[in-house]
Design a protein around this ligand. Structure first.
Ligand SMILES: [Zn+2]
Length: 266
């Protein structure tokens, strides 16, 4: 048998590398995931630990009870272990990181007045993590920037490449790089988030009010949350289109005795 020409051989190796990185999102979309999941998770765990050292925690029992009540109901649907922290920060933001971390700023509680609205934002954030969107964004950076390595960047957390990768992880504000999620990822997190909240017993119709409140409260100053989760004009129309089908999952969950009853209290 004639040996393969060198260029064909290189092409096959490249193809194999890409094939091994191919995955499918929870909604069935093909994804390229090049970064080892364990490393992505350890990045999430490390940056959350750093954040807990730098930021003040919100110690109000009523806020913590409310946030944990909503998060716990969603986590019963996702499974896995998640650490939930409420930060004493007036900016409207909430995030979830690979490695099982959820952060909620006090500021977003002024926008999410009901359990269903808070479940909208947490469901959306959990969906980003469960659909490996951080890995997808890291993979795009690794694929386009030759020589960029996760291990190298993490060894030098102050380097430009580390900042870029932290931006892809969703922790950009700490490092001055806010990387928006793509429109595809936003739509996917919206739809998957709706599913999660409905199954957990939260009213999916509240998602419309949440995004409207977020836009309204943003005012002149674009909050970090909207910079990384760009609101597209179609979002609300798309949610309204999806909600009727999702309601079928919400109704039985709502009437179940285990249905969530989270109140913010005073
Ligand atoms: Zn998003």
């Amino acid at each position: 048998m004639r040996p393969l020409p060198r260029t064909d051989f290189a092409k096959i190796i490249l193809l194999l590398a890409f094939m091994s990185g191919c995955a499918t999102s929870p909604l069935g979309r093909n994804q390229l995931l090049l970064a080892p999941e364990q490393q992505v998770e350890s990045m999430g765990v490390r940056s959350f630990a750093a954040m807990k050292q730098q930021k003040r925690m919100n110690t109000r029992p009523s806020d913590n009870r409310f946030v944990n009540c909503v998060a716990d109901a969603l986590i019963r649907q996702t499974g896995g272990h998640w650490e939930v922290v409420v930060f004493d920060d007036p900016t409207a933001n909430a995030f979830a990181l690979p490695g099982g971390k959820i952060g909620v700023h006090s500021g977003i509680l002024a926008i999410t007045r009901t359990q269903d609205q808070l479940a909208t934002v947490l469901g959306h954030e959990l969906a980003h993590v469960l659909a490996h969107h951080a890995n997808e964004r890291l993979s795009q950076q690794l694929a386009v920037r030759q020589g960029l390595s996760l291990v190298g960047a993490m060894a030098q957390p102050d380097s430009a490449s580390a900042r870029l990768l932290m931006g892809a992880l969703g922790m950009g504000a700490q490092y001055g790089i806010l990387l928006p999620y793509s429109r595809t990822q936003e739509s996917e997190a919206d739809l998957y988030g709706l599913e999660l909240m409905a199954k957990a017993g939260f009213d999916p119709q509240a998602s419309v009010a949440f995004w409207q409140n977020m836009d309204k409260n943003a005012g002149a100053q674009q909050p970090e949350f909207l910079s990384t989760h760009p609101s597209h004009e179609n979002r609300i129309r798309e949610l309204e289109r999806q909600i009727p089908a999702i309601m079928a999952r919400y109704r039985p969950a709502k009437t179940a005795p285990s249905g969530p009853q989270c109140e913010r209290g005073r």
